[in-house]
Structure formats: C-alpha cells, structure tokens
Design a protein around this ligand. Structure first.
Ligand code: MD3
Ligand code: FE
Length: 204
C-alpha cells in the first residue's frame, strides 16, 4: 500500500458503533428540520444523484446559477440547523485549525448514487482542512492530484471512518465511484451518509 498523498489523514474506525448510532440520531434531527433535497448542476440543471442538506451558519448549494454557500435552505427558506456538538468536538480534535467550522454538508447516497471527480474550491479559507465522516454503506473513493489529468488512487471508506484533507491535498480532484450496497447495517434502509465539515470564510 503506497503512502497516502501529502496532507491526507485517514483515521479508520474513529467512531465506534455507539458513536455512529449517536451521530445518525443527530443527523436525523438535522434532516427533520432541513430536509434532504436534490441539487442541480450549474447551467444544465441536471439533477445530482446524491441528495444533500447542511447544518451550520452556511450551507453549500448548487443550482442553475452555480455553486455557492448561503445561510438559508433553498427549499424551506429557513436557516440551516446548528452543527451537532459531537461534530464540533471532532473538528476540535482533528482539524488543527484555530476557528470553528461554518458548514457541515450532509450527502446521502442511495445504492446507485455517485459523485464525479471534482475539486472543492468554493471556500475562501483554503488553509483550513475539510474533515469528512463516512456512515452506513462503504464506498469506493477516488483521489488524484491538482490537475484533472493527474493519476488517481482508490480506496474503500467504511462506516465510522474519518478523513482529514488539508495541505497540498486540499485542492486535489476526488469523487465517489460506487456504493457497496448491504455493506453496513447502520442505516435500516441502507445507503451511505457522508458529512463534511468546512471552514468557508477566512477569519479577518
Ligand atoms: C479531498 N464528498 O462533498 S468526502 C464533497 O464521500 C465530497 O461524499 C465525498 O467530495 C463524499 O465535496 C468525499 C472526502 C473529501 C472531502 C473533501 C475533499 C475528500 C476531499 C477536499 C479535497 C480533497
Ligand atoms: Fe468534494
């Protein structure tokens, strides 16, 4: 197994089963207030296969007008709910960044959902890492370099894994090629949830 690209930390099994169950309860409360919805691609309006919502003062959205962070849910018009304490604590433990996260994007994958290769570059605070938590079914995750044409590496992310993406890897291309249906019993109806904690604005 080759070493991970610089700036990436994969901490497998950070959350044990009880921790994962507690996180799911917290996410259910978020989704009750801010329902999952299906974003659309800029310009074309093609629907994502992944459904999304957010918690925190800002949330990431995509529609025909483009990608952006905004304080209100695009369907309900309400502010996003607060980021659960357990996730703020996780950021404090692993992010090595002196300010709290402002957005937690919640991605829900059913067994056919995928996420194409892309870069996360809608945040002004590119010095802050992205902290990701995987829950439910495993996925095949792929990460490359700063150019779309750079070689990529794939690995499997499982429920409870935490991923910290910073440094030179913060602007690496990455995506989710497939979900492994039935690989976890955490979610009764199956599927995968990914949470990404992000700092959006650069503290003045
Ligand atoms: C590597 N989500 O929401 S999380 C996304 O599993 C996103 O739902 C994927 O890519 C998911 O934007 C991957 C891991 C991740 C998150 C941010 C990154 C990997 C990253 C930023 C830079 C490089
Ligand atoms: Fe991403």
């Amino acid at each position: 197994n080759a070493p991970l690209p610089e700036g990436i930390r994969l901490i497998d099994g950070w959350f044990d089963r009880d921790g994962q169950v507690a996180l799911i309860a917290a996410i259910r409360a978020v989704v009750a207030e801010a329902p999952l919805y299906r974003p659309e691609m800029p310009r074309t309006g093609k629907p994502f296969s992944v459904r999304m919502t957010n918690c925190g003062p800002l949330g990431w959205v995509s529609d025909r007008a483009g990608y952006r962070y905004q304080p209100l849910h695009p369907v309900t018009g309400c502010p996003w709910p607060a980021i659960p304490e357990v996730l703020l604590a996780l950021w404090g433990e692993v992010a090595d960044y002196p300010h709290p996260p402002e957005a937690c994007l919640v991605n829900f994958y059913d067994e056919t959902a995928r996420m194409g290769l892309h870069r996360d570059e809608d945040e002004a605070a590119l010095d802050a890492p992205v902290v990701s938590v995987s829950l439910g079914d495993s996925c095949l995750f792929r990460i490359g370099g700063r150019e779309r044409s750079d070689p990529t590496r794939s690995f499997r992310l499982a429920s409870g894994d935490v991923f910290v993406l910073g440094g030179p890897s913060r602007l690496a291309f990455h995506g989710v090629d497939r979900i492994y249906p039935g690989s976890s019993t955490l979610l009764e109806r199956g599927g995968r949830i990914n949470l990404t904690l992000r700092r959006v604005t650069s503290p003045g």
